[in-house]
Design a protein around this ligand. Sequence first.
Ligand code: SF4
Length: 278
Amino acid sequence: MRTIKVEDVRKAVGELLRHSAHSLPEDYLEAMRRARVEEQSPSGQEVIEILLENASYAEAETVPTCQDTGMAILFVEVGQEVRFSGGEIGAALQDATRDAYSDLRKSVVSDPLLRVNSGDNTPALIHWEIVAGDGLRISTLQKGFGAELMSRVQMFPPAIGEEGVHDFVLETIETAGPNACPPLIVGVGIGGSLDTVGLAAKKALLRPIGSVSEAPHVAKLEGELLDAINGLGIGPQGLGGFVTALAVHVEVLATHIAALPLAVNLNCSAPRRATLEL
Ligand code: SF4
């Protein structure tokens, strides 16, 4: 067994969240630089330029990339040969979130009906997975809820087929329009059940931009969806243009013969994503 100190995890995750709030992933910035060249619409070009300037200003000045500093969503992969010492790991991850958000906007309410702000951006939403080995890998999304609000999940019968998947994804993007703050990263989950399809769509947002599915039929679908989305004309920040999305990532899961669960999770132009391994 390998022992990992809970305090080490708390410090590392706190630092990761703090850094990620003002420093966008390099693959996203690279995709935006390519988009600046591909975009033909003058307003679209201008928006991409402003977003790139904003990203580099945030990085240089250590200020958040967006006023909505998001809700912390953590994906924790724990090796089955790991034991934690010196505390409770779940509580430590909440402490890390609390620390990281001490000088960031507090965007979490403790109860969706009473709407009282939790005051420290907790709870972080934590997804646990036990994996082989003795490693610990934690990925984070600091998810803006403009894009989350425009995301959708629906249970379909299998008869909708791939055509129905296309229609649902495109309808989601069209309905979102400017409200999800494009250029988007589009995570699509297909299969599983009501609970797991949404998680698959969210995990798809962890993939680096430019990655393609290992399954050829899924990779083909990703390419077709990206072309179709960029044919909608919504453009950067919804002001018209070609680059409505930078990437479409599709994750598929085994499902029941009676259903085709489908989820679309959108990420916005402040896609705060980071990973650490201990
Ligand atoms: S959706 Fe993203 S870019 Fe838009 S306001 Fe929210 S965090 Fe900011």
